[in-house]
Write a protein that binds this ligand. Structure first.
Ligand code: NAG
Length: 301
């Protein structure tokens, strides 16, 4: 979401600055040969590509939330302009990847999709209803009893079952719909903590997303925002004295997570994060509050 907002501003800047017409026409681009050579090069690259038949050791699924073709185009133009060029001719690293595919993003019950149902589609392989997470379209939004028996498993879960270590890293809250699609099953993406559960959800036995984060798939690395959903409302945030946890059940989910795992570590600031000893850590949870996580995310790199 952060990327989408940034690029939206860039898009407006581009339109106002250039009005769709460039004042400087590069000399080389005025000659047909320039384009013929480029075409031949592209063809040659494609024809000389060999298929990589090796077995993959690791899998990283990188998702730019809202990063559709027009957003990527704005980023490419911006990159070129920052290098003093007109922009469109620039090449992003991902433009050079050997394979490219497009997918249709929609929900079973709605044309304009949301992060929950699309996460269910790309992480669990099943298209779903708007606002629902990790459930097939047999489930109805915010209806807990309709969720029963309609859970679909994610690629993260299957990887764990196959003996791999798994992790989630997000600039959003890790209970946010996009990352939560890898571990949660809920008919309502807004059920971040037990505070948000409806009475029907409670009586029908649905659990909030934060609860599921520590009880469902055994995840090795969890880095992102959403600290407040892990702590009771009586607990004051270690960083912001005016902020408290949001849980009504008086449960400290970080403690629950730590106490049921060996070599597990929880950090909430850069100093503690840097001090983590990888060789002695099998589990790592790093959590910021949702509001400051995005701005501080770069500190982790
Ligand atoms: C919720 O789902 C159940 C089971 O599918 C169904 O019987 C019930 O009518 C639904 N409730 C509402 C309010 O739609």
């Amino acid at each position: 979401m952060a990327a989408r907002q940034t690029f939206l501003i860039i898009g407006i800047f581009v339109l106002a600055g250039f009005d769709g017409c460039f004042s400087v026409i590069p000399e080389e681009e005025q000659h047909p040969d320039f384009w013929y050579v480029k075409g031949k090069e592209a063809l040659h690259t494609s024809l000389s590509m060999t298929r990589n038949m090796n077995r993959a050791k690791n899998l990283i699924l990188f998702l730019g939330d809202g990063m559709g073709i027009s957003t990527v185009t704005a980023a490419r133009v911006m990159k070129g302009q920052m290098e003093g060029k007109t922009g469109e001719e620039s090449v992003l690293a991902m433009d050079t990847f050997p394979h490219l595919a497009l997918s249709k993003t929609y929900n079973v019950d709605q044309q304009m999709p949301d992060s929950a149902a699309t996460a269910t589609a790309y992480l669990c392989g099943v298209k779903a209803n708007y606002g629902t997470l990790g459930l097939s379209a047999a489930a109805r939004r915010a209806n807990c009893s309709s969720a029963k028996g309609n859970e679909v498993k994610s690629i993260l879960h299957h990887a764990k079952m196959a003996g791999m270590s798994v992790g989630i890293v997000s600039t959003a809250r890790v209970q946010h719909a996009s990352p939560a699609g890898s571990y949660a099953h809920t008919p309502e993406r807004g059920w971040y903590s037990d505070k948000e559960l409806t009475s029907e959800a409670v009586s029908s036995g649905c659990k909030d997303i934060a609860y599921q984060l520590v009880h469902n798939t055994d995840i090795n690395v969890i880095l992102g925002g959403g600290r407040q959903y892990m702590f009771p409302k009586e607990t004051v945030d270690p960083e912001y004295s005016t902020v408290t946890g949001s849980r009504k059940d008086k449960t400290n989910l970080v403690d629950v997570w730590l106490s049921s795992r060996n070599n597990a570590k929880y950090v909430w600031n850069k100093q503690d994060f840097d001090a983590v000893k990888e060789e002695k850590t099998d589990y790592l949870m790093g959590k910021a509050t949702s509001s400051i996580w995005r701005e501080n995310f770069h500190l982790l790199h």
